[in-house]
Structures are given as C-alpha cells and as structure tokens.
Design a protein around this ligand. Structure first.
Ligand code: DX5
Ligand code: ZN
Length: 229
C-alpha cells in the first residue's frame, strides 16, 4: 500500500468532506471537486458509539479508490479503530486518522497504520488538551483539530479553535518534522483564514462546499480566502 498524500510541504490543502455531498450524485460531485482543484477527499467514518451518528465504511472507500484521482483522507470517528485499520487501507485509504480519545493504544495504532504503508494522523475533540499529542508527535504525518463536536456536518465553528491550533503549531515546530495541521468543522469563507493564520495548512469543508449553490465556486472562494496568508 502507498499513500498519494505528500508530506506537509508549505501548500494549503483543501479537503472537501463528502459527508455533506448528495450521495445520489457522489461520482459527479467528486469529479467536480477534482476539476475545481481540491487536494484531498475527506471521508468521515462514524460508528454510532464514538459519535452519535453513523456514516460510511470500507466499501465506500473502495468504490472511490481507483475512480477518483484525489487522495483519500479517512477520518475514523470510531470507538475501536484498530480492527478497521487494515480493511480501510486495503480499500484504498491514503491517510488514516485515529482519535486520541478512542480505545486501544494510540502509539500502536499509528505504528500499525505506517506498517500498512499509508500516512497516519491523530485527531482531538474540542475538549481534549492538545498536549495529549506530544508523546506521539514522532509518529504522525497529520494532526487533525476538531473545530466542532464531531458527529455532524453543518455545525458552527467553535471560537476557541484558533487558540488550540496555535498550541498545536508550537508543538509541531518543536519537533522539526513535516506534519500537516488539519482543521475540521465549520470551515467556510469566513473562518478559513482564521485557522490558517493560527497555523493550519489543511482545511476540511463539508457544508460550505456541498450545500453551496455552486460547490466549485465555494471551493475556489475558500482557496482565495487563504491564498497569500
Ligand atoms: C464532523 C466531521 C466533518 C464534517 C465537517 O464530525 O468530522 O468532517 O464533514 O462538516 P462541516 O464542514 O459542514 O462542518
Ligand atoms: Zn471529519
């Protein structure tokens, strides 16, 4: 298995979240995101335990993989991620992000993701102290800061998120390795520049893109809002 996601490289990546896409039109929606210059596709996996919602599984990742040229950024909002790492990798995930609050040993989960040959991320919920990431900094390619309580698309951005992002940016600077700093939840034209100014370089956006009248324009406007920041 290999990953189509590069190491963090100074570019700002935009990852549309298909949680808000019209699933009837999924192929067309993803095709439009490719043409619009999206960097990755964000796929939210929910188990009804870690978060109060259900979403997708490896079968959807398999359907996307090989059809879309976009790397698949898979966000595991599940209580027990370890048994699912191999199925999602085999299905074609390019990056697997596990939550620090999930069950099982975090360091073991990250090591297993790398053994499977893809990039590894760790995510924290809004109420988790960013310092929990410090012990695994050497093992991650991406840190995902939730800027809403995970579980649903279309929620409002939590205003203390930029401060948390700044804290994580400092952690990343202390370790001297390229690590993506991704933010997920309530990202739109108004909030995108706040998180980039705070140090984020990867933005997930669901509702702001897929619920817009013109999703391509919405993605371009978010890109515009952060270009040169
Ligand atoms: C929420 C998910 C997000 C969601 C973001 O739990 O992790 O990826 O799709 O949606 P918006 O951009 O609508 O807040
Ligand atoms: Zn997500």
């Amino acid at each position: 298995m290999t990953s189509k996601i590069p190491s963090a490289n100074g570019r700002i990546s935009i990852a549309p979240s298909i949680l808000s896409a019209d699933l009837w039109q999924l192929g067309n929606e993803v095709g439009r995101m490719e043409k619009a210059g999206a960097d990755w596709l964000h796929v939210d996996i929910m188990d009804g335990h870690f978060v109060p919602n259900l979403s997708f599984g490896p079968a959807l990742v398999r359907s996307l993989s090989g059809k879309t040229t976009l790397p698949l950024d898979v966000h595991l909002m599940v209580e027990n991620p370890i048994p699912f790492l191999e199925p999602f990798t085999k299905a074609g995930a390019d990056l697997l992000t596990v939550h620090a609050e999930a069950n099982g040993n975090l360091s073991d989960a990250l090591a297993q993701i790398h053994r499977l040959g893809v990039k590894a991320g760790v995510s924290i919920k809004p109420q988790t102290d960013p310092q929990v990431i410090a012990p695994v900094l050497d093992q991650v390619d991406l840190i995902l800061i939730m800027s809403v309580h995970p579980g649903f698309g279309g929620q409002s951005f939590l205003p203390d998120s930029p401060q948390r992002i700044e804290q994580v940016r400092k952690l990343i600077q202390s370790c001297n390795r390229p690590i993506w700093l991704e933010v997920d939840g309530g990202i739109n034209i108004q909030t995108a520049h706040l998180v980039v100014q705070a140090g984020a370089n990867a933005l997930v956006a669901g509702n702001a893109i897929f619920s817009a009248e013109d999703p391509v324009l919405a993605l371009n406007q978010i890109r515009q809002a952060v270009s040169g920041k």
